[in-house]
Design a protein around this ligand. Structure first.
Ligand code: ZN
Ligand code: ZN
Length: 265
């Protein structure tokens, strides 16, 4: 190497070291992801104490199917009592209300991709706490048209973050090969019908006999998660557990997901 070349290299190395030092002294995420207040204390999540206090975090007794909080002693919520699912269960750190909804909206519609890190941290914590097992993280896919419209797939961003934290590989083992009608005006049964045949399994060799952790942003009726799980199991997966950032609270026997109308399900 020439002397000039060596000098260039040393300069690059010095610049890189300086950047690393800056990152250590002034870490990213020093402001609250919700209100923008400066974070003074060392916090688990990039949120101030006030915003953390307002989060609809799920604690205590919850539904064995979808993970939504339950007030009485029942094992299953109204949504899950009347639905059959092929996935093991859904795990969510948040209910889809208030600040929980705000965070998901900021990621999906506000283009704030960095929110995926915060939600990914909460999702990973909820997954570890659940005691469930997983070997490969698979995001719920979008069709080409849907991706073009939004520019990114929020489920992929969440899956990447969760996979990184849990040390699990992320595999796009599902593709959405057909566009579906908007789910908002459909009943649970129609939604399941609407989704039939829209997903296909990919990388079947890698998912065979594996425990899959299926990642999405919101769990509403569970019909998307169920259809994805059905396709993965058919391709040979051993089991599918669903991990989402937030779960909607069912209001009546047939959860129509009215207030999550902008979602796939
Ligand atoms: Zn805040
Ligand atoms: Zn439930």
């Amino acid at each position: 190497m020439s002397a000039a070349g060596l000098r260039e290299r040393l300069k690059d190395a010095a610049a890189k070291a300086a950047r690393g030092l800056c990152a250590a002294l002034y870490p990213e995420g020093i402001t609250c992801d919700l209100c923008g207040a400066e974070l003074v204390a060392d916090t688990r999540y990039t949120l101030c104490a006030e915003c953390t206090g307002k989060l609809p975090l799920i604690e205590g007794h919850k539904c064995l199917g979808c993970g939504v909080p339950i007030n009485d002693e029942a094992d299953y919520c109204l949504r899950c009592q009347y639905t059959e699912s092929v996935f093991r269960k859904n795990i969510s750190p948040l209910t889809y209300d208030g600040e929980g909804k705000e965070l998901v909206h900021a990621l999906k519609f506000g283009g704030k991709k960095y929110i995926a890190r915060l939600l990914g941290a909460m999702m990973s914590d909820a997954f570890i706490e659940s005691g469930e097992e997983g070997e490969i993280v698979v995001p719920v896919p979008m069709s080409e048209r849907e991706r073009k419209k939004r520019g990114f797939n929020q489920s992929e961003l969440l899956a990447e973050d969760v996979g990184g934290r849990l040390g699990m590989p992320v595999l796009p083992a599902l593709g959405k090969v057909r566009d579906t009608r908007p789910q908002k005006d459909l009943t649970g049964k129609e939604r399941a019908e609407n989704l039939k045949g829209c997903f296909e399994a990919r990388f079947a060799d890698y998912i065979r006999r594996r425990k899959i952790l299926l990642v999405d942003d919101v769990f509403t009726t569970g019909s998307t998660a169920n259809e994805c799980a059905r396709v993965l199991l058919k391709a040979g997966a051993r089991s599918v557990t669903v991990l989402t950032a937030a779960v909607t609270v069912p209001k009546n026997r047939v959860e129509r997901g009215e207030d999550a109308s902008e979602h796939r399900t």
